[in-house]
Write a protein that binds this ligand. Structure first.
Ligand code: NAD
Length: 460
């Protein structure tokens, strides 16, 4: 099948490679000429496991090519996937300018019979907008619009695209349904689940999935705030919750909160969409509030540990929005660096992959080549992304590098006794306040948990 993909970013490029791997003839089109020339040379513009070799394989096999010309991409396409960005607009709603541009490109250059497929995450109702925009510009074009939202996870993107836990197809005609069944037949024949529904339901299902994941993270963070006040240990609370198969352990990490390109915008986008159609989805506002509170709680913890931030040097370990990616878009770690700088601290950071992208977000950020160089002279070390390598830090070497032994584990990647054993005053998220111990001076000892009679009094 001849397929065009509009937008060759994290979703579009992976889709190009996966669709070519399924045996289709694929042309990827992007307005970013630099990205296109990299891709034409077989260079992936971002880190994603196994994507480089898969891209080479498909380019060499002749099933995949890239172009910066919409007419070239659309000339032979019978299916067009729209994979452009849909960032958060200033009012919290999705900014759909790129979707509109894509519709216009299709109106100008697509052939009769084309099936236009939204893969970008969009508010329910967008397909109708796309349909109207194309019809107004190309009244004689015979086309249909379908929704096929993407559920891949950065850091596992190619695997997820080739072995998805579900493929969602929203259609309004049997023709579109049968074409999309054919597109995915190479993987559905191997057992991938394909759920067919109407277009609006498919659009809503994607937003609903992301908002639910964000809700789990905020639930864990709310429990972290409560555990700190009660003297409980949120990690154990979460282990108990996660062991219940009805709940599951994923997306229940307490820490700095969720970030990245998708969850923040999709939570707010769904809340705004709901408000627009007359439903007050206050739960989602609360999810967002608790997420912002997680950031505040971390900043307060660092301030509390350091007393004053002015003139202090802080080492941040981790800048990616999550482990396994070089993506720093809306990364809580980057936001933390920004906040600490604004409060007067100097920040030196290390990340195994995302430093360049983080520096793009905060150009003044000092970057170190490894955690131990980043820690030299620091008054506080903060673990801000849950990279596996941080579980195996040489804490003794880190202790020797710092000026003051304070370690704030904002992702709960270490165990309390590891920090203490290396001589750090160790702060974590949602755990019992530190008890007095031989390794730390009084300065680092946090208050005892509230006595239970006070808790009972408060409960009235
Ligand atoms: P991205 O920013 O990495 O890529 C978007 C690409 O679209 C860019 O290369 C940009 O140059 C290109 N583009 C913009 N306008 C264009 C136009 N008119 N014509 C051609 N190209 C154009 O974004 P992304 O992370 O790939 O996300 C794309 C969509 O997929 C978003 O709606 C996002 O919410 C959704 N999504 C993302 C992920 C993820 O993990 N990143 C997962 C699932 C769904």
């Amino acid at each position: 099948m001849n397929i065009a993909v509009i937008g060759t970013g994290h979703v579009g490029l992976v889709s190009c490679v996966a669709l070519a791997r399924m045996g289709h003839e694929v042309v990827g089109f992007d307005v970013d000429q630099e990205k296109v020339s990299l891709l034409q040379r077989g260079v992936t513009p971002f880190h994603e496991p196994d994507l480089d070799s898969a891209l080479h394989g498909e380019l060499d096999g002749g099933r995949l090519r890239f172009t910066a010309s919409a007419s070239d991409a659309l000339a032979r396409a019978s299916v067009v996937f729209i994979c452009v960005g849909t960032p958060m607009g200033e009012d919290g709603e999705a900014d759909l300018h790129a979707m509109e541009q894509a519709a216009s490109q299709i109106a100008r250059d697509a052939n009769d019979g084309v099936i236009v497929v939204e893969k970008s995450t969009v508010p329910a109702g967008t397909a109708e907008r796309v349909r109207t925009a194309i019809s107004l510009e190309a009244p004689n074009l015979d086309f249909d619009v379908a929704s096929n939202p993407e559920f891949l996870r950065e850091g596992h993107a190619l695997h997820d695209a080739l072995f998805p836990d579900r493929i969602v197809v929203g259609v309004s005609s049997e023709v579109a349904a049968s074409i999309l069944r054919r597109v995915y037949e190479p993987i559905t024949s191997n057992g991938a689940l394909l759920i067919e529904t109407d277009v609006r339901t498919a659009e809503l299902a994607k937003h609903a999935s992301n908002a639910f994941l964000a809700m789990k993270i905020s639930y864990a963070n709310a429990l972290a705030r409560l555990s700190e006040r009660l003297g409980a240990d949120v990690r154990d609370v979460i282990e108990v919750l996660g062991a219940d198969p009805r709940i599951g352990p994923a997306f229940l990490g307490a820490g700095l909160g969720y970030g990245g390109y998708c969850l923040p915008k999709d939570v707010l986008g769904l809340e705004r969409l709901s408000a627009r159609v007359g439903y007050d989805f206050g739960l989602l506002r609360e999810v967002d509030r608790v997420n912002r509170e997680a950031m505040e709680a971390t900043v307060e913890k660092i301030e509390d540990a350091l007393w004053n931030l002015q003139g202090k040097r802080i080492c941040i370990l981790g800048l990616a929005f999550k482990a396994g990616t070089d993506d720093a878009r809306l990364s809580p770690a980057v936001e933390l660096a920004r906040r600490l700088r604004d409060l007067g601290a100097s920040v030196v950071a290390y990340d195994p992959m995302a430093s360049a992208n983080a520096q793009h977000e905060v150009p003044e950020l000092d970057i170190a080549p490894d955690p131990y160089v980043a820690a030299i002279g620091a008054h506080c070390v903060v673990i801000a992304t849950e990279w596996a390598e941080f579980r195996h830090l040489d804490l003794k070497a880190l202790r020797e590098a710092v000026a003051t032994p304070i370690l704030v584990d904002a992702r709960n990647v270490l165990r309390e006794d590891q920090g203490w054993a290396a001589g750090f005053a160790y702060y974590s998220m949602g755990r019992r306040p530190l008890q007095r111990h031989p390794g730390a001076s009084d300065l680092f000892v946090l208050p005892e948990p509230a006595p239970l009679d006070a808790v009972a009094d408060a409960a009235g």
